[in-house]
Design a protein around this ligand. Structure first.
Ligand SMILES: O=C(CO)COP(=O)(O)O
Length: 253
């Protein structure tokens, strides 16, 4: 049985006061980590404070990106070791907004995934097709290419510990959610790709989230699908009540 991971990706939202108030409010209310992994994926400046606040609770803190190099002349970047040193546990890699707006590529996502394992960070690797690619019938092949590229040269043990977030770009922030059946079909297809790539054991173990306009009203149906193992949520993760109902839904099978 795979444990669900519900991660709230705040993107570039909230000021420090709002961020700390949010964590204060939810940290004692999230379900136990054994039942569901509840993660707040916050902007860099808030990470040290939020990690401190969440320490000893069932709430975990993640980062939205990182560089793959250890250190050096990379102005404006944050290294994996810096995140680890702060006590961050998860890192989102290759979000479609970073691929589209900040020149992230399959190759850099792969380097970052390797770097995450080197520093014991859990990578949440984002994949997903555009509207146009879906209309052209290319959705599965586009996602397959992204998945294979991200997992390249990982050991099978590492593949098991990757979290893949399937986020169709046309469903992000648009209110258009993939139907639960379509979302599940793509997650099943990703699992098949992982199975061909790394074998059936890693494919059974790997967690695959769905993301794209997930909200309290649709989360139960999405999370009840056989191949969906959690959610990566933007807008609906910004309010404590809403975040808490999302993580509750993750307790479902
Ligand atoms: O991009 C997303 C999470 O990473 C999804 O965002 P929304 O939930 O706002 O559609």
């Amino acid at each position: 049985m795979r444990k669900q991971v519900i991660a709230g990706n705040w993107k570039m939202n909230k000021l420090m006061g709002e961020a700390t108030q949010f964590v204060d409010e939810v940290k004692g209310q999230v379900p136990s980590f054994d039942q569901v992994e509840s993660v707040v994926v916050a902007p860099f400046p808030y990470l040290p404070k939020l990690v401190q606040q969440a320490e000893g609770t069932d709430l975990k803190i993640g980062a939205q990106n990182m560089h793959f190099e250890e250190s050096g002349a990379f102005t404006g970047e944050v290294s994996p070791e810096m995140l680890k040193d702060l006590g961050v546990t998860y890192v989102v890699l290759g979000h479609s907004e970073r691929r589209e707006l900040f020149a992230e590529t399959d190759e850099t996502v792969n380097k970052k995934t390797h770097a995450a394992f080197k520093h014991n960070l859990v990578p949440i690797v984002c994949v997903g097709e555009t509207d146009e690619q879906r209309e052209n019938g290319e959705a599965e092949s586009v996602v397959e290419t992204q998945v294979k590229a991200a997992l390249k040269d990982l050991t099978n043990e590492q593949v098991k510990d990757v979290i893949i977030a399937y986020e169709p770009i046309w469903a992000i922030g648009t209110g258009k959610t993939a139907t639960a059946e379509d979302a599940n079909a793509m997650c099943a297809s990703i699992r098949k790709v992982v199975s061909e790539f790394a074998g059936s054991e890693p494919a059974e173990a790997i967690r695959i989230q769905y993301g794209g306009s997930v909200k309290p009203a649709n989360v139960d149906e999405l999370m009840s699908q056989s191949d969906i193992d959690g959610a990566l949520v933007g807008g609906a993760s910004l309010q404590p009540d809403s975040f808490l109902s999302l993580v509750e839904a993750g307790k479902h099978e």
